[in-house]
Design a protein. Structure first.
Length: 208
């Protein structure tokens, strides 16, 4: 009776080795048996690449929405008067305040490590400055979800580049942000310099 059990354990071990462990932050894993990088979740679900680098190059080739596509979206222009946290700000336009949630990124909650620093970085980028918000949606709290621009600076992209934000893959449109995040990870900028135990994506932190 021991042989079937030994066989099953051996098969499970081989399967685990071939799979290469659980999914990474891109919803993918290395399949060592097939020498490939396979994606099961996120924007690249169902796709197979020769390597993670090939996947990143592939998504980097995809551009942001064109100006023609953006032209049909609501635009809010005004001065930033409040910074709530690392991904939320308030714009004053025509004596009316509009709360903006930065699109496609997520930053540490206030109680999380790097939460205060993330807010400080966003404040340095936009507080008291004139900005343009290209609205994508409204969230359940009534905030405008938008890509925010201060002059030529794409604020969501800059936050990711400085290591002050994660790419929010659940709501991601601009796939090239993943390349920016990977560069910040590799350089250990900002939150990527934290110990792994403190580097918890905020969407997981909120679910606790």
């Amino acid at each position: 009776m021991k042989w079937p059990l030994i066989f099953l354990l051996s098969a499970f071990s081989a399967l685990s080795y071939g799979h290469g462990g659980g999914l990474d932050s891109y919803g993918c894993h290395n399949n060592r048996r097939e020498a490939s990088y396979q994606c099961h979740d996120g924007a690249n679900a169902g796709k197979t690449y020769s390597s993670k680098e090939e996947m990143l190059r592939s998504i980097g080739a995809q551009s942001e929405p064109s100006d023609h596509q953006q032209s049909n979206l609501e635009v809010i222009q005004g001065k930033v008067v409040t910074i709530t946290d690392g991904d939320t700000a308030t714009i004053l336009m025509n004596n009316t305040q509009y709360k903006i949630r930065l699109a496609e990124i997520d930053t540490p909650e206030r109680a999380q490590p790097y939460g205060s620093k993330s807010k400080e970085i966003l404040s340095g980028l936009i507080f008291g400055k004139e900005v343009t918000a290209k609205v994508q949606d409204r969230d359940r709290y009534g905030r405008y979800v938008a890509r925010l621009y201060q002059g030529e600076v794409d604020v969501s992209r800059e936050m990711v580049q400085q290591g002050a934000a994660w790419v929010y893959q659940q709501y991601l449109r601009d796939q090239s942000l993943l390349l920016v995040e990977q560069e910040a990870r590799d350089a250990k900028r900002g939150l990527w310099s934290l110990p792994e135990s403190q580097n918890v994506p905020p969407w997981k932190w909120r679910s606790k």
